[in-house]
Design a binder for this molecule. Structure first.
Ligand code: LHQ
Length: 263
């Protein structure tokens, strides 16, 4: 696929996807969502890629759905936003959930609406100190989507999620980190360095095991303890047969750094 609205590049085992409509604060349209999905598929297909870094060009991460897009304008003929979610957003969110690679989001500036919840769907979120998170949906009469109503209460608790979603006030990166909504808030000029280091470190890790861990954590949101114990058993069995487990134990016993292959 030729990319118009994102940049895609790989280096040191990391595929970097950069949302690239800076003049619109990387507002999302269907083409862009298709491109992100295609880039995730490309990352998955490239053998040497073992982690994904998602960020935005310019001063914003993403301002959410492009509200000037004809496909969602309320003043055009009646639009079915549910169909837009079915066609473009939900497949992307499911792709991110199912991706067997760790995903780091480097939130470089405002993350609003679907842009906010896209960032929160990453496995590890690092944000620049100047970034803000806005559940902007209520400002225009919409319902939070992209899994926000699922993830946000689990991340910050029901009381904070309710207020964020009903008031639509900006939440600073610092506060988001203090609330446990994101992993870390870093100085603006350190963001890409920190996020890239993190993504590289993950890419050099036992990525089969990390993928299984990701699966366990996602399932834990819905499972009871018994089901989760059974799942951990199954995933641990799988992890125990990986080359990386063999390498990890050998490296420990030989008192050297492990060289994980992601197998
Ligand atoms: C934009 C946008 C934008 C277009 C800034 N669209 N141009 C899913 C499925 C289907 C349908 C609907 O929705 C959804 C999910 C959603 O995401 S709904 C939520 C959509 N997003 C919003 O409501 C946020 C709208 N944007 C804002 O409130 C502000 O732009 C924020 C707070 C993000 C940033 O404010 P500022 O830093 O003051 O920047 P700005 O407002 O001046 O924006 C810069 C430019 O970007 C500006 O263009 P211009 O030509 O005037 O310079 C904006 O019009 C454009 N832009 N967001 N979502």
């Amino acid at each position: 696929m030729t990319y118009q609205h994102i940049l895609y590049g790989t280096a040191d085992g990391v595929a970097t996807i950069t949302l690239n409509r800076p003049e619109k604060l990387n507002a999302l349209n269907e083409r862009m969502l298709d491109e992100i999905r295609a880039a995730l598929d490309a990352a998955k297909a490239e053998r040497e890629v073992r982690a994904v870094l998602l960020t935005g060009a310019g001063r914003g991460f993403s301002a959410g759905q492009d509200l000037s897009d004809r496909a969602v304008r309320p003043d055009e003929e009646a639009r079915d936003l549910g169909a837009t979610l079915d066609r473009a957003y939900n497949p992307l969110m499911r792709r991110l959930r199912d991706l067997e690679l760790p995903v780091v989001a480097a939130v470089n500036g405002v993350a609003a609406g679907a842009g906010c919840n896209l960032a929160l769907a990453a496995d590890i979120v690092v944000a620049a100190r100047s970034a803000v998170f806005i559940q902007a949906f209520c400002r225009i009469g919409l319902v939070p989507d992209c899994g926000g109503t699922y993830w946000l209460p689990r991340l910050v608790g029901a009381a904070r999620a309710r207020a964020l979603m009903l008031l639509g006030e900006p939440l600073s990166a610092q506060q988001a980190a203090e609330w446990g909504m994101i992993w870390r808030c870093v100085e603006d000029d350190r963001l890409m360095e920190e996020a890239t280091m993190l993504a590289r470190r993950l890419a050099e890790g036992p990525t089969r095991g990390l993928a299984l861990t990701k699966r366990a954590l996602i399932a834990a949101s819905d499972n009871g303890l018994d089901a989760q114990l059974d799942l951990e058993r199954d995933l641990q069995r799988e992890a125990g047969f990986t080359e990386d487990y063999r390498e990890g134990v050998a490296a420990f016993l030989e008192k050297r750094a492990p060289r994980f292959a992601g197998r």
